[in-house]
Write a protein that binds this ligand. Sequence first.
Ligand code: AKB
Length: 317
Amino acid sequence: MSTNRKALVIGCRGQIGIELVMALRTKLGQDNVIGADIQPAESVSSEDGPYVQLNVLDAEALRACVQDHAVTEVYQLAALLSATGEKNPMYAWKLNMEGLLNILELAKEFKFRLFWPSSIAAFGPTTPADQTPQTTIMEPSSVYGISKLAGERWCEYYFMKYGVDVRSLRYPGLIGHRSAPGGGTTDYAVDIFYSALKENKYTSFLSENTELPMMMMEDAIRATIQLMESDAEKIKIRSAYNLAGISFTPKQLAEEIQKHLPGFEISYAPDFRQGLADSWPNSIDDSTAKNDWGWEIEYPMPRLVSTMLEEIAKKVS
Ligand code: AKB
């Protein structure tokens, strides 16, 4: 496939990165998507496509990578998530902020289009929790959330001041079967499927009525690509768009799984992640994304659960 687009995905071995690289390679052609991550090249199959070992905090190496590959778009996904971030707040701040600022500086110079993910964690305990609006009170209480809110402000600043074409989404908890989540509070909604299929039971680290916004990974990847392919004049928000899929509690998820696995049992042992979840919205109003660039979900909860069970059953067996 011939294209004049050349994409660089930083953090390509993470939960979103693995799936985004696959989707972009199908669209743009294998050689037009460069994966970059901290892992040594030997640990990544070269058959999958070009790969660069890269630390996003190394500004010179990042610059060389952008220049050598003449990239036209960059997805900067390398970050510490909410739960891991709380264990190492200073490093979370450094990685999440310096990583973003390094790539924003290069976007200013080389004029590539940039995607950077924000999160529902940018909201906080004082935010209206139901149908959280696009513009509202944002007082996040986790280091991850603080870095996401600050990152959103930096994105808008670089757009306003330097015309950087940066685009962002406030991802909800993401649920996929091709890649494992790493260090988030919403990870329970992936772990539960593996335990259900292996042991027919699961102990949730969030309490039964903790409602959070969630989304099937296929929807999140489609949203990301759709946002990046939209004409610049449609992108009215340069901080980050609210993005909603569905909202559910661990109890509701277990009930949906029980429709397929009647003997499945769930128990609850909330840990420190409960505090993070309690500070986040229950549901999100994403009407601005719908109006500006036509966002719609394709995976309501029944489809999400049946797809996850079907796909993970293939791996577990
Ligand atoms: C996390 O749980 O930290 C992430 C997120 C909501 O951004 N999945």
